[in-house]
Design a binder for this molecule. Structure first.
Ligand SMILES: [Zn+2]
Length: 379
């Protein structure tokens, strides 16, 4: 722990990012605890627990010999857990990649660990990327919703979608809140410049520490590109082929007009489409990758929209999910390749020449083919 805190100081977090005393408490998870099975009885044994995730990232940091810096997000969760943040490279172009805002969408976090491992190496490509780019990776935002030792008001245990904040058990709970459990992190990203003094959902400070943490990181790192990785259910395209991933750029167009930020938002959308194009072209040669657009809503507090309203090329990437551990290798590989292709294209500059018509011509997502694991609420 002391090691981790020392590194936070080195990464230059803003004053508000300093850890509170509760952050120093020991992690609460047990590697062999109740996270082993989820509501589908899919084994999670192949996935890293909270402690194992930290342990793996610490190992990577040690063997990377200065190429990787591990720290904590500028807020802890409501159970006092720290959210791991990995920084790679020191180049002038900044990109931020986050995964697993929804605790029950977990395989993408493995892909982010592999991305960190790959870019920490001494290969020529990794070195060139680190010289050109500063990459911030948050492999698992919703650490509580994955495997904290907690129960909601109905006696459910994680993994689940929301964070853990079971203060409201009435019929008058806040928007995007699951009664007796917590908030949907991915509806509470603060998109106003005057953060955190005002928040459109609550008329006061943002109540979701995980969302606040991501916004503070965004403000600190000033990424020009943000990618947010999730899972969706199983869908097919018009030919009946399984869709492996769906993606979208910011579409909070009305909010951008209301806020008078079109001058930032419109170029952000163009850059986000370039990011989508790079991912689509990267995945195209893989037989198992079948990419479509995602039918995303215009809610401004969704990360894809919020960071677009703040001027970043902000992209959602939804992997197929809820299909058992046999497919986890494909999911991990696809998410890894998608993320790495964007980082590499940012490093060599080809991102900025990408043809956005490729993104715009992706097909829409087709119908679902099986009942999803939980309520399908989208990104
Ligand atoms: Zn999600």
């Amino acid at each position: 722990m002391a090691l981790r805190i020392g590194k936070i100081a080195l990464t230059g977090f803003v004053a508000g990012a300093l850890l509170s005393a509760t952050a120093l408490a020991a992690p609460q998870s047990k590697p062999n605890g109740p996270w082993i099975t989820d509501s589908q009885n899919v084994s999670l044994a192949g996935l890293r627990s909270y402690e194992q995730l930290w342990h793996t990232l610490e190992q990577i940091e040690r063997s990377a010999k200065g190429n990787v810096t591990l720290g904590s997000a500028p807020r802890v969760t409501n159970t006092g857990r720290e959210i791991p943040v990995v920084t790679i490279g020191s180049g002038p172009r900044s990109i931020m990649i986050i995964a697993q805002q929804h605790g029950n969408e977990y395989v993408v976090s493995e892909a982010m660990v592999e991305l960190v491992r790959s870019l920490s190496s001494n290969s020529k490509q990794a070195r060139q990327i680190r010289d050109a780019v500063t990459l911030t990776v948050v492999p698992r935002v919703n650490v509580d919703g994955f495997d904290a030792i907690i129960e909601d008001a109905d006696g459910n245990t994680p993994p689940w979608r929301q964070n853990y904040d079971p203060f409201c058990v009435t019929d008058e709970c806040p928007a995007f809140y699951r009664q007796g459990r917590g908030y949907d992190i991915n509806r509470y990203h603060s998109f106003l410049e005057l953060f955190p003094e005002t928040d459109p959902y609550v008329g006061g400070p943002n109540p979701v520490p995980e969302s606040v943490a991501m916004r503070l990181l965004f403000d600190e790192r000033q990424p020009s590109v943000v990618i947010d990785f999730h899972h969706q259910g199983s869908y097919v395209d018009a030919e009946g082929d399984l869709i492996t991933g769906s993606t979208l750029w910011p579409n909070a167009t009305a909010a951008a007009a209301d806020l008078g930020v079109e001058d930032k938002f419109d170029p952000a959308v163009i850059l986000a489409k370039k990011v989508v194009t790079v991912m689509a072209l990267e995945l195209d040669p893989y037989g198992y990758a079948n990419l479509t657009l995602y039918p995303g809503t215009t809610t401004p507090g969704i990360a894809r929209n919020a960071y677009g309203l703040l001027g970043a090329g902000s992209v959602l990437f939804e992997m197929r999910g809820g299909i058992g551990v046999k497919s986890n290798g494909y999911i991990t590989k696809t998410a890894y390749n998608a993320a790495k292709s964007v980082v590499a294209a940012m490093a060599d500059g080809s991102l900025y020449d990408a043809d956005i018509s490729v993104a715009e011509n992706l097909p829409p997502r087709g119908p679902g083919i099986s009942a999803p694991n939980e309520e399908e609420e989208g990104e």
